[in-house]
Write a new protein. Structure first.
Length: 227
């Protein structure tokens, strides 16, 4: 009974620390895209770790809380919601925030009660991190296509896009051009984010696994998770 209480306390404290860390790291970024999106300093890793350590259901709940923090950050510190209202605003919040960040909590999808104590755990955590990061990327692609595909011609005629813009304008048109725009625009920051998150998750889990006391606690907490 005492051990169960300790595990619950650890889960709450660990999740709170990871949420605070993820939110703080999300401010350390390279904001180089005109309409949102930036490469951050491992900001997704803490939320993925919650899923790996505490289980998918708990991780999803923490991911939802984190999406709320990201909505707050964008509303207060950026111009993400300017000129958006009605269904466009709701869809942006759903795809670019709620789905995009909540899914990160499922990063422990491959870390189960059977393998949490095995040497493969960091690799399984990294695989989960890569998949949920890609899912976030797909959510941004959907948002970009539905809401912002009309910006495609402007984007591909920018000087810094150069030869890629010429190729896209000659090869695609209409909605296809809009889809290519969303894939490329969001990929400019999400592909680095996917790589950073995958590597960061692997390194942190490897370190945690080699700390015996922490590893025992992780095994105990993960074994209590529903799934």
């Amino acid at each position: 009974m005492a051990n169960d209480r300790n595990n619950k306390t650890f889960r709450l404290v660990f999740s709170g620390i990871m949420l605070a860390l993820a939110f703080a790291l999300s401010f350390v970024k390279l904001p180089f895209l005109p309409y949102g999106g930036s490469v951050t300093l491992f900001s997704m890793v803490p939320i993925v770790l919650v899923g790996c350590v505490c289980g998918n259901l708990w991780g999803l709940l923490v991911g939802l809380v984190y999406s709320g923090l990201q909505i707050f950050q964008s509303a207060v510190f950026s111009k993400a919601f300017i000129d958006e209202n009605g269904w466009r605003l709701l869809l942006m919040i759903l795809l670019d925030f709620v789905v995009a960040f909540a899914v990160l909590g499922l990063g422990g999808m491959f870390v189960t009660k059977k393998n949490v104590s095995k040497k493969s755990m960091p690799w399984l955590g990294a695989a989960g991190a890569a998949i949920v990061s890609i899912l976030r990327y797909l959510s941004h692609i959907a948002s970009g296509y539905i809401l912002f595909r009309t910006y495609a011609e402007w984007f591909f005629t920018e000087k810094w896009v150069n030869a890629m813009g010429d190729w896209a304008m000659k090869t695609f048109s209409g909605n296809r051009l809009g889809l290519v725009y969303s894939v490329i625009y969001n990929g400019l920051y999400m592909i680095p984010e996917i790589v950073i998150t995958t590597i960061g998750t692997f390194v942190v889990l490897m370190v945690l696994r080699n700390i015996k006391s922490t590893n025992r606690r992780i095994i105990g907490v993960r074994n209590e998770a529903i799934f």
